[in-house]
Ligand binder design. Sequence first.
Ligand code: KG4
Ligand code: ZN
Length: 354
Amino acid sequence: MKVLGIETSCDETAAAVVSDEAPLIRSNVVFSQLAEHRPYGGIVPEIAARAHLDHLDPVIARALAEAGIGIGELDAVAATGGPGLIGGVIVGVMEAKAIAFARGLPFVAVNHLEGHALSARLVAPVEFPYLLLLVSGGHCQLLIVEGVGRYRRLGTTIDDAAGEAFDKGAKLLGLGYPGGPAIERAARAGDPARFPLPRPMQGRAGCDFSFSGLKTALRLAVERRSRGGVLVPADAADLAASLQAAIIDSLADRTENAVAAFKALHPAGRTLVVAGGVAANAALRQRVTALARDAELDFVAPPAALCTDNGAMIGWAGLERLRLGLKDGLDFAPRPRWPLDPAAVPVRGAGVKA
Ligand code: KG4
Ligand code: ZN
């Protein structure tokens, strides 16, 4: 089975061909719209939607060419159906439906978060149930993945996502966009202990996250150190390192609570997975690796290129759904919000998209 996966929910226009036979990833083409958004210091939804329109056809053509197949050899088409920036999601879903209709193929609308959640199974034979720390630009959640389409949310952010904490922090430090990689780079030369920033939620029961107080503390520290609005590079590096350490400490503290909850609910569960764009961060991966070892769980993180948004994870989630006989009608309506665990209490803080 060969599935075309299309991802257009944010600022990457991506397409991939995945298969249920090795090699699972036949191609994985990601066009980053960074250059188009950079002048604005963040993603402009209307620019993103138009850029997806411009780039999606050539990106799909390249994905097919790199996989060495023609469009006639596809068995199904999967596209991100939400959550995300609705203009972009509409572009991807319409394109996928058009290909499916023209070729008489099944269409699968994939929850973007399920794409991240199942990406671990694209790189390792991870069995259900597993514990997932899902950290991206729009989401920050701890979930038990009980099966395809079966999620139990243990915690979520009550304000910003972890990726937003990196992105907003980088903006305050004048490090540009996207913030995660910029903070990680600057932090390598910095002292993480120099600025004692708060560790939000640390020591509290439960698995929820909060990052807006950390952002305020960082802003105050920046204001104290800057002269005429400018930081000297050594201060920027120390602040970046201190911010990264605070975010990682907070994520680790919440994840420890989630491990306890996971073990209580699923004593036979064996694996801790971290996924989503922030999981590309090497310091976070190191920290969660140690946490998993202490908890006697296997640790799985997709390689960095499969942590940030890509078409392979969408194609793979589509393939997993198809194997269970799950597909969608051409009347599927794109969903700007789409929680993985509909039973979980909705949190409607700023920046929380599901
Ligand atoms: O999963 P993703 O590509 O898009 C969403 O679904 O949101 O995640 C993007 C987020 C951005 O906030 C970006 O700053 C963050 O992931 N990110 C990182 C790193 N690479 C990307 N954060 C920390 N360290 C990184 N190396
Ligand atoms: Zn994502």
